[in-house]
Design a protein around this ligand. Sequence first.
Ligand SMILES: Nc1ncnc2c1ncn2[C@@H]1O[C@H](COP(=O)(O)OP(=O)(O)O)[C@@H](O)[C@H]1O
Ligand SMILES: [Mg+2]
Length: 313
Amino acid sequence: MIDALNLTKSYGSIAAVRDVSLTVAPAEIYALLGPNGAGKSTTIHMLTTLLTPDSGTVRINGHDTVQNPDAVRRIIGVTFQDLVLDRDLTGRECLDYAGRLYNLDRSLRRQRISEVLELVELGAAADRLTGTYSGGMKRRLELARCLMMHPLVLFLDEPTQGLDPQHRVQVWQYIKNLRTQNGMTVMLTTHAMDEAETLADTVGIIDNGLMVREGTPDALIGALGSAYIRVTAAFPAGYVPGFGTEAWVTMVDAQPGVLTIGAMHGARQMTTIIEHLTRDGIEIMDMSMTRPSLGDVFLQVTGRTLRDEGARQ
Ligand SMILES: Nc1ncnc2c1ncn2[C@@H]1O[C@H](COP(=O)(O)OP(=O)(O)O)[C@@H](O)[C@H]1O
Ligand SMILES: [Mg+2]
């Protein structure tokens, strides 16, 4: 549905996007993940005909964005990072205005408006001025505006930016529903690890304009190879477990009362660890396992945490 090949874009001396290629299959949710300034919005703008690449090509459902931008615009919906809602219109009026821009006739507009209002649960607030809406309601109205045109592909640039946790989860739910109920293809950008991990089938990590890693959240996390298993017990002083040199062990950290083991295929090794410790006469008081997160992947790939980047802005 989306096919981008070797996209490059500079602003003067700033290389915003460098040789980025990606493909997104129909009904897939793809997340472009990266810190502020990574090149996410620039990429989205090239994919949606708003910006012409310096080099490289984009096809949306087979239509070239430079050769045939009108055909592309007919099948996509785009929400922007900075919301563009008119405060002096009601939600319903905003949607009606959007429908008129796209030449939907009056009865079709009325039908689509009630349909999308229901979808994003804004029916009760439809006749209030958008100036009175909360951040979450505005995001949902933006989504509704896009959905009016029944796009084949939806592009969402930082769809939950500025939302509180409750409303973020709500927007995630809408995005997931769009895919499951309508088979819509969704490409979103985010600098939030949990968002990419929760929503995306495929994650592309972009940093300094370069695609540095791409894969399913599980594959990216799996590539780190390790889970951390923490065992709490009254270990004898200086205790070192005998399995420390085995191939599946990536690290062992022994602190008084707590043993931390880095383990490949962590879940599978839980029983091995229990057997070993029991054989050594150790009575386990507590045991827990943490999987690495996509945040760990980003740190490993780029050497920086996303949170640090966000805080700098
Ligand atoms: N209109 C512009 N003029 C000059 N530089 C820009 C412009 N838009 C973006 N940039 C620069 O390009 C880089 C990528 O920006 P952007 O695509 O907005 O990243 P992101 O959306 O990941 O935060 C940044 O260094 C940014 O400062
Ligand atoms: Mg951006």
